[in-house]
Design a protein around this ligand. Structure first.
Ligand code: FDA
Length: 303
């Protein structure tokens, strides 16, 4: 119930304006968001690297409603790539297609993405397209497939809560595509997505085993220790080298586990979001763990 309510509220503009201005929320959001500027995000990337953890930089933004905002986000990513290359900080970015104009014009969105991917390719930087709600799954995969033929530094995300994901994974693996596997963070109807956590987890394990065996450097993106242990046992049993895949986790979530895995010799990458548009991202993080909401309520009462 609470998860559904928070995911619903994550799309409400009126609440976004209120919460973005409320200092208590901003302070709590910094647990999950690496500040609003490139400098603050680079600081986080450098401190993670000291702990043996790589990063994926995400400039927050989604569902832009006009082309000038889509262009601004594209330009921001282009200058971020320049800064990453000239400073040597980071080798991986994540982005959302609705941030580049998918809701407005698919062709323009694809052109924006290709500008970013082409520049990143010259800098040897990897670009991951995040997966948004199921309304965008097919469009995202179509754009990905079209561009992947020309740019191999591009990857995509598959969500284990979607019923269609097994077929998508098989097709993408046949293409040699790099996949990040996650559970899925949006509110979805039963026709398209498993509603029961047990089914989402079961499907995650099926897809994960398939990717670890057949995939091209899959990213196992979860904080679920049971699934992570399953992955560790699976690769050991099947003699899969640990540099054939990486674990990925979100900034501010299970930092202890991120450090432990890195110390054990696994490749670990942390998803580091930054920027002013943190509200929907932050609400999805709250929805994943009701205890986060209790924590906020307690801090507001204390203020
Ligand atoms: P689960 O929700 O079962 O949580 C397992 C445990 O992890 C919890 O018991 C708790 O200890 C901890 N935990 C999880 N979330 C937490 C939180 N917010 N705060 C504190 N503790 C938490 N989704 C999507 O739809 N599209 C995408 O592109 C991506 N991209 C992405 C990249 C990366 C690197 C990660 C790790 C995740 C995503 N996601 C995503 C989000 C993903 O779909 C999912 O919502 C979250 O990872 C939470 O699910 P878990 O797999 O962690 O399992």
């Amino acid at each position: 119930m609470l998860r559904k309510l928070l995911l619903y509220l994550s799309n409400q503009a009126w609440l976004r304006h209120f919460i973005s201005r409320y200092p208590a929320f901003r302070n709590i959001a910094w647990r999950f968001v690496a500040g609003e500027t490139i400098e603050s995000a680079f600081g986080v990337v450098q401190s993670l690297r000291k702990q043996g953890i790589e990063s994926a930089l995400d400039y927050l933004g989604e569902n832009v409603t006009d082309l000038s905002s889509a262009r601004e986000s594209t330009d921001f990513y282009l200058s971020l790539l320049d800064r990453m290359y000239s400073s040597g900080i980071g080798n991986y970015v994540s982005l959302k297609l609705t941030q580049l104009g998918l809701d407005i014009d698919e062709e323009i969105c694809k052109r924006h993405l290709e500008e970013i991917v082409s520049k990143a390719e010259g800098y040897d930087i990897f670009v991951r397209i995040d997966m948004e709600s199921s309304a965008y799954t097919q469009k995202t995969l179509d754009i990905f497939k079209d561009l992947y033929h020309r740019h191999k530094n591009l990857g995509v995300v598959i969500q284990s809560y979607l019923r269609r994901s097994y077929d998508d994974v098989q097709e993408l693996v046949r293409m040699g595509a790099r996949i990040r596997l996650c559970k899925g963070a949006y509110l979805e109807p039963p026709e398209v997505a498993y509603q029961d956590k047990k089914d989402v987890d079961r499907n995650y394990i099926i897809l994960m085993e398939y990717l670890l065996t057949n995939g091209n450097y899959p990213a196992i993106a979860t904080h679920d220790e049971r699934i992570i242990n399953h992955a560790k046992n699976f690769v050991q049993k099947n003699s899969i080298p640990v540099d054939n895949f990486e674990f990925q986790m979100l900034y501010g979530v299970r930092r202890d586990l991120q450090r432990t895995l890195a110390a054990e010799g696994y490749r670990v990458r942390c998803y580091v979001p930054f920027g002013k548009e943190w509200y929907p991202y932050f609400m999805r993080r709250l929805a994943e763990r009701p205890a986060n909401v209790e924590f906020i309520v307690r801090s507001i009462i204390r203020e």
